[in-house]
Design a protein around this ligand. Sequence first.
Ligand SMILES: [Zn+2]
Length: 84
Amino acid sequence: MTTTTTTTTTTTTTVHHKPGITLTIEQRRAKSREHKFGLCEYCDTGLDLRSDFICHTPTNRGFKLMCNACHEYYNPGRSPNFEF
Ligand SMILES: [Zn+2]
């Protein structure tokens, strides 16, 4: 008789998202035309709804659009609306 020890993997994060841009500038430009708000500045996610992203202000000079998944990655547990 074998006793199998099952390792329970507790997944705390529901979103497995890693920021990263894989498209070229031209591909991003083309893709951003298909989305109302363009693309996330940290990955290639297209943004169509205002609730899909936050305005991230890394330098206080202008702002960058950051999708909720990237925001969650960089700021786990923080409300996506804290920037406002
Ligand atoms: Zn993103």
